[in-house]
Design a protein. Structure first.
Length: 194
């Protein structure tokens, strides 16, 4: 039987994670789909409901928790985020690979969960080349206070969290990183095709 795979991607904002995920989706449109998370955080100006996230109120989020509809959920920087079981299952059925963008704690929960033997889990952490590079990228975005910037930087390079992942991708050169992430995905096609 053909195996299926879940790619769990994490990385601090400023790591190039979103660019790399878009590249993978664009390169393998028939095989890979992205799980759209639910969040209680306010929608940003460029974001679309149902495309970037399902933007839902707190009460709806709590109902989804009570109904056991999340594969995992977390609170991050004061907002709630959750991966719907239905979203992942639909992608595994209709495509072959589900990719998801989750922070460290969500990644840890999924990587330690038991799935059917026909499903492979692969954790990829995307990091900028150095602490100073991450600081500069975040400073350029002008979205952080000094406190939140320092918190994000410390968390991003926490070795206990990093160790959970199967692949650490240091994004110092975007084209090389695109190539590298596609190689990881292709490796999964071969190992998951028997
Ligand atoms: P942002 O608010 O900037 O879109 O995302 C903030 C963080 O939430 C990112 O690190 C992203 O990976 C994480 N995130 C997005 N969706 C989920 C989810 O469903 N579960 C978890 N655990 N984290 C998520």
């Amino acid at each position: 039987m053909m195996k299926k795979a879940i790619f769990i991607i994490s990385g601090p904002s400023g790591s190039g994670k979103t660019t790399l995920i878009k590249h993978v989706l664009h390169t393998f449109p028939d095989e890979i789909g992205i799980s759209i998370s639910c969040t209680t955080r306010p929608q940003r100006i460029h974001e679309l409901d149902g495309i970037d996230y399902h933007f839902i109120p707190q009460e709806r989020f709590i109902t989804l928790i009570k109904n056991d509809e999340f594969l995992e959920y977390t609170e991050c920087y004061g907002n709630r985020y959750g991966t719907l079981k239905s979203s992942v299952n639909n992608l595994l059925q209709n495509k072959r690979i589900c990719i998801m963008d989750v922070e460290y704690s969500g990644a840890g929960k999924i990587l330690s969960q038991q799935f059917a033997p026909t499903i492979t889990k692969i954790g990829i952490l995307i990091l900028p080349p150095s602490i100073s590079a991450l600081k500069n990228r975040l400073l350029n975005r002008k979205s952080e206070t000094i406190t939140s910037l320092n918190r994000r930087v410390t968390e991003s390079f926490d070795i206990g969290k990093i160790a959970r992942y199967d692949h650490i991708l240091i994004n110092d050169q975007i084209n090389r990183s695109k190539n590298e992430i596609c190689q990881i995905v292709k490796g999964c096609f071969f190992s998951a095709s028997s």
